[in-house]
Every structure is written in C-alpha cells, then in structure tokens.
Write a protein that binds this ligand. Structure first.
Ligand code: SF4
Length: 322
C-alpha cells in the first residue's frame, strides 16, 4: 500500500488559471525548511506510517517549482533521514510534482531532476490546443501561457517518455475537448488524465455538449486504431462495468494522502486545506481524526445500496487541478 505525503510548499503561482482551486494566492505563505523538517521527523519516527510499503512525497502549490531550492533541501533531508533511520521507505519512495511547466527548463529544476533521476515523477499540465489552454491557463495580465509551456514538452518527454498530463475541463472549453486530446496525443503524450472542474461552473446543456465531444473523440480513437495505444481517462476500461467486490472501497483517498501546509497543519488530503475550500471550514489536525473514519466507512455499495450492475462508475480520478 502506498502513502502519499504532500507538502504544500507555496501558495504563489505565475499563473492565474480561471479554474484554479487555490483561493488566496500569495507569496507570503511559503513553507520553511524548519516546518518541513518537523513534519518529516514526526512522520519517519511514527510507527503508524509503517503499514505503508511505499511512499510518494508530493510537492504542490501554487506552483511548486517556484520553491525548488526548498524542495531540494526537503528531498535531501528525507533521503538522509530515511537512510540514517534504516527506514523501510528508503529506496521505496518517489518525489512527485504537478507543475505548470513554465520553469521546467530552468537550471535549478533540471539539476534537481538530474540529482533525483530514478525517484522522480513530473506531470506538466497542458490543457490541449492553444485555444483551449489559453482560455483558462492565463498569466495575471490575462495572456495565455500555452506557448511558454509547450516549448518545454520535448525536453520533458525526452526525460520522462512515459509521462502523463492532466487536462481540466470547464464549461467554456467543452467544445474543444476532442481537438485537445488529439493535440496532446500528437505532442507525444500517451497517458491523459482528465477531470472536470469540481466547483460549480457548469451551465444548462453542458452535459449534451460534453457527450457529443466524447462520442466524437471515441470515434476518432477507434478509426485511427489508437484505442489500445493511448490511455485516456474518459475511456478507462473499468467504466461501465460492474464493480468487483474486492474494489468495494471508497474512491476518496482522504487519510492516505496526508497533506502539510506552510504552518505545519496536517490534513487528510489537500482538498481539506482552507485554500481549496472557499467558504467552508478546513479540517486540520484534530478535526480530521473525526472526519476520516467517517469518509473511509462509506464504501461504494454503502453509498449506493441498490445494486445496479450496469451503472457506470463515476470518475475515480479525484485528481487536483494544478
Ligand atoms: S491551477 Fe495550478 S498553475 Fe493554474 S493558477 Fe492554480 S496553481 Fe497556478
């Protein structure tokens, strides 16, 4: 079983994506090394975590690469401490990022990648064609960021040939879903995670537009013999099939996805942190102890007691925007 431990290293970002989940972007709330060190010391010396065989240390923001010096220091400390403690996670860890890709070719980011070569996984978010990407993924002055991201894709693909990207769909860009997935395939990316904006941005009639795009895209993948070469979250094999009894769990990863913010608060998942909750109250430290067992208890069949073998499963891909 894998544990995900997320360091929310900054709430700053060069972009101002219209669908960004992050409320209250600022350049003040940056994690200090001291806070990260205390969290690491607690986690690596706590027996509760030993039931997890492997671990993913996830660095998110805002834009995590803005704090690459801090991330480098945290990564070095994690490695030396896991070695010193003879911790079972030593050599069973990964450092994961989802980045907007703007700093990908910078010297510091490239040095970090070189240094952590076999233990790193980086996702660059590209939303599709220029016109789709630039609808939402804009700088603070409103300029689209597509051109600055796409120029780094060849370098990224050469370093991580099996990489995946993450497309976010909002109401405005539904008409460009098909062309965007095709564009990403043509860039050379074979795994495409897609999720819809969780927030309430949807309009009447979006469902039909969405369906039309899916049908048309599905036809394209079949007609071009791509259906078994491309992994596209819209068409995952399990969708539409009955749920195997051994998979009767809760899709929510809360509790397995510990997140730590700049003040050292612990959350069961980044989505419990105040910065993504808008007007709802966050659930950190003590309150999440009450929240998580409840969330864990609601398995798929408990939430939907009437069996319906033909009912497609909702997206299991509760991924963050980033
Ligand atoms: S979605 Fe990601 S890249 Fe876009 S503004 Fe938010 S943190 Fe930055």
């Amino acid at each position: 079983m894998n544990k995900t431990i997320t360091f929310i290293v900054t709430k700053d970002c060069q972009l101002n994506c219209k669908y960004c989940y992050l409320v209250g972007k600022n350049s003040d709330e940056i994690m200090t090394f001291d806070i990260a060190k205390k969290a690491i010391d607690y986690i690596l010396n706590n027996k509760d975590f030993l039931k997890y065989d492997t671990v993913s240390f996830d660095f998110i923001g805002g834009e995590p690469t803005l704090e690459i010096d801090l991330i480098d220091r945290i990564s070095d400390y994690l490695k030396t401490e896991m070695f010193r403690l003879n911790h079972p996670w030593f050599n069973k860890y990964m450092f994961d990022f989802t980045t907007n890709g703007l700093l990908y070719n910078s010297k510091k980011v490239q040095l970090y990648i070189e240094k952590n070569r076999n233990h790193i996984d980086i996702t660059i978010t590209i939303d599709g064609t220029k016109r789709k990407h630039d609808i939402n993924r804009v700088y603070k002055d409103g300029r689209g960021s597509y051109d600055d991201v796409v120029k780094n894709i060849p370098l990224w693909l050469s370093q991580f040939p099996q990489c995946s990207t993450k497309v976010t769909i909002s109401s405005e860009d539904i008409p460009y879903i098909k062309e965007s997935v095709i564009h990403i395939i043509n860039l050379g990316i074979k795994t495409i995670h897609i999720n819809c904006v969780f927030e309430n941005v949807w309009k009447e009639g979006d469902d039909l537009l969405f369906e039309n795009q899916l049908v048309s895209l599905g036809d394209y993948l079949i007609d071009n013999n791509l259906y078994d070469k491309i992994e596209c979250a819209f068409f995952n094999d399990f969708i539409g099939k009955p749920l195997p009894i051994q998979k009767n769990n809760n899709w929510c990863g809360a509790g397995r996805m510990l997140s730590i913010d700049a003040k050292g608060n612990f959350y069961p998942c980044t989505r419990f942190a105040q910065y993504s909750l808008r007007d709802k109250r966050s659930a950190s430290n003590v309150r999440w102890r009450a929240a998580v067992p409840g969330a864990k208890a609601r398995t798929t069949t408990q939430r939907r007691p009437t069996p319906c073998l033909n009912e497609p499963r909702p997206s299991a891909l509760c991924t963050r925007q980033g």
